[in-house]
Design a protein around this ligand. Sequence first.
Ligand code: NAD
Ligand code: DAU
Length: 339
Amino acid sequence: MKILVTGAAGFIGSNFVYYLLENHQNDEIIGLDVLTYAGNLENLKNALNHKNFTFVKGDICDKEFIEDIFKKYDFDYVVNFAAESHVDRSTKDPGIFLKTNIIGTQILMDECLKYPKIRFHQVSTDEVYGDLPLDRPDLLFSEDTPLHASSPYSASKAAADLMVLAYHRTFKLNATISRCSNNYGPYQFPEKLIPLMINNALSNKKLPVYGKGINVRDWLHVYDHCSAIDLIMRNSVSGSVYNVGGNNERKNIEVVLTILKQLNKSEDLITYVTDRKGHDLRYGINADKIKNELGWSAKYNFENGIKETINWYLENKEWLENTTSGEYINYYNKMYNNR
Ligand code: NAD
Ligand code: DAU
């Protein structure tokens, strides 16, 4: 099988490339990425010399480039990870989120329509459902929960989901969608909660917890997200939507305390800062559909997964230093100084 992975140099895209190389040794993988601040070829360093992997630099919003690459390679699958993915950035500059996440998806789908054998998989998020109240742990997002996005990021992902479903219904696009909860694991850019807190704790810098730290996220190891996408794209009916999540709901403050404990750092490093605008309270996923229909289950529980993840960042300090130098410092100061 020939598989186009867009956003291949980002966090989940690079983990997905490794997942495919390990689990499908006859597949040929083309990794595409425009290399924004979040795209890092270092994430792919163990794939770049693999005989079944080719990296191509390019933009999913560049129609001619996309036409050319589809002509050059005879893809069986297109898996779209390419996106602007950080909620906080979307509250400062929504425009690029609309361009990449909606128009980029549309350009990919227009090209897929020319090759009916291609299965297009859209990597979406549980954030398209909005949030759940903190005092109703019984409520979970199902695939039928109405879309009710809160941030420019999640609204752009919801718009893309609606476009995928519209292309499926109107043009018979061969497509599937996965909506996953918060991922953690190797190669995550340190603007997101877990790697940011690990990085700050390692440098004895303050750990900026938004609001009271009581917002809840449902954490899933990135490996388990990759195995779910792989199952969905190969085994499900066109037009299907699957939730993916690990039943690992944690308050942000619990996650931060876990990190400090494993790194043997003082809780005095925690500082409570002004809350995120429009901050979603809680995400909680019902993943029964993918478990029952496709037999998916998560390999990691949060305790093992977070331990292994923290160790990965400890063993890859050079990666952490490289990703948090240069432009990252400007970003950090803009986002966190005087907050
Ligand atoms: P990321 O920001 O780490 O990676 C995104 C990648 O897309 C980067 O490598 C970037 O260079 C690339 N990219 C951006 N614009 C592009 C363009 N125009 N053309 C080509 N490449 C472009 O994000 P991530 O956390 O790996 O998320 C990947 C996907 O998974 C996103 O679609 C996101 O919405 C979704 N998702 C993420 C999570 C999570 O917890 N991180 C959970 C559920 C779903
Ligand atoms: O649910 C899936 C989504 O998870 C993905 O679609 C997004 O791409 C991904 O970024 C993630 O979104 P979140 O906004 O949940 O992740 P983030 O790591 O930014 O924040 C997690 C929680 O931690 C959130 O409640 C905000 C809080 N937080 C975050 C940062 C960066 C802090 O308290 N302090 C911080 O410095």
